[in-house]
Design a protein around this ligand. Structure first.
Ligand SMILES: O=C(O)C(=O)C[C@]1(C(=O)O)C=C[C@@H](O)C=C1
Length: 330
């Protein structure tokens, strides 16, 4: 086959990509998600696969179209990305393999020739809009939100020659202004200037990476229905073993009112005895526990390990019970 045909180019591309990890993420190029991805991979050594939404990014790992996904899971202003929590909680099992934090502030940008006074319709990802609500009220009181699928989708649309976009300006990540040939109308747009978004690296289940000493474990837990004290009993599994929770939130199960799934981050690794013991407790008292992985955390742990809950304490206690069983201790 003559070189230069699209089929040959595809073969070359496949060959070049073979062996390089493939990452699905929310695109197009220049999103905060891509900034998170660039903390762990570079386009020189990996294949970046931009997706239209976070669910498609996660599903690409399930179908095998990607090896990993990077998705936003939690904003310091807007809270959790519920589509991500729900997609991870059900369907074929996946695990979290890492986390990244990205500072988030926006530029209000438009096509060259647009002035701030001409702006009424502002395209923005719903999380971006929520993160800039006060700024918009003060600076564009008549502004109307045009929802966007990501923070760079409107920038990419403005970069095309399309005449009628359906919006006048967009909230975009700072690097997207130049990358998409836009002009800034207002810089550093944010209600909270310390806002950050936390992203997670998602992959298919495999051996859990060794503990680093500063790890996090993510779980999905269901409670027995209509049982007084079920929530307390679930929480006691952690408290009794000195396991600190860094996040807990409930998500409706969807099939009827009053049924919830709990999404939980705990400090520690499944190789830590106290975390393993808490997991065993959950397995005994909860009808459903999904392990979403143990992985290095990016911030420092909040809680100190409580005396009596170190690995050595659990191992000594277990050895003592064994000795009782063997008749070697009383
Ligand atoms: O559109 C992007 O740039 C994203 O990475 C998505 C996302 C999110 O889903 O929360 C990430 C960071 C900001 O908080 C706003 C939007």
């Amino acid at each position: 086959m003559p070189s230069g045909t699209s089929e040959t180019r595809d073969e070359h591309r496949d060959a070049a990509e073979r062996g390089r990890p493939r990452y699905a993420y929310l695109g197009p190029a220049g999103t905060f998600t891509e900034a998170a991805l660039r903390q762990i991979a570079s386009p020189d050594g990996a294949v970046f696969l931009p997706q239209v939404d976070v669910v498609s990014a996660i599903e690409a790992v399930r179908t095998g179209a990607a090896d990993h996904a990077v998705v936003a899971i939690e904003s310091s202003v807007e809270g959790s990305v519920t589509a991500v929590l729900d997609t991870l909680a059900t369907g074929d099992p996946l695990v979290l393999q890492g986390e990244m934090i990205v500072p988030v502030s926006f530029v209000l940008a438009a096509r060259p020739g647009t002035g701030l006074s001409a702006v009424r319709r502002v395209a923005a990802h719903p999380h971006a809009w929520a993160q800039c609500r006060r700024w918009l009220l003060q600076n564009l009181p008549d502004g109307v939100h045009v929802p966007a699928t990501s923070n760079t989708a409107p920038a990419a649309a403005m970069a095309t020659g399309e005449r009628e976009l359906g919006f006048d300006a967009a909230l975009v990540p700072p690097p997207a202004v130049e990358a998409y040939g836009l002009v800034p109308l207002a810089d550093d747009v944010a209600d909270n200037h310390h806002a950050v978004t936390r992203f997670v690296l998602v992959g298919r289940p495999g051996p859990v990476p060794p503990r680093t000493g500063a790890d996090k474990t993510t779980l999905v837990v269901h409670l027995p229905s209509n049982q007084a004290g079920a929530l307390l009993e679930m929480l006691e599994q952690f408290a009794a073993r000195g396991v600190n929770l860094s996040r807990i939130e409930s998500r409706p199960l969807g099939d009827s009112l009053g049924r919830y799934s709990f999404s939980i981050d705990v400090e520690g690794h499944v190789d830590d005895e106290r975390v393993a013991e808490a997991l065993m407790g959950l397995h005994r008292v909860c009808p459903h526990v999904r392990f979403l992985g143990s992985y290095p955390r990016v911030d420092t742990p909040h809680g100190d390990v409580r005396p009596g809950t170190y690995d050595a304490d659990f191992l000594a206690a277990r050895a003592w019970v064994q000795a009782l069983r063997d008749g070697r201790a009383h």
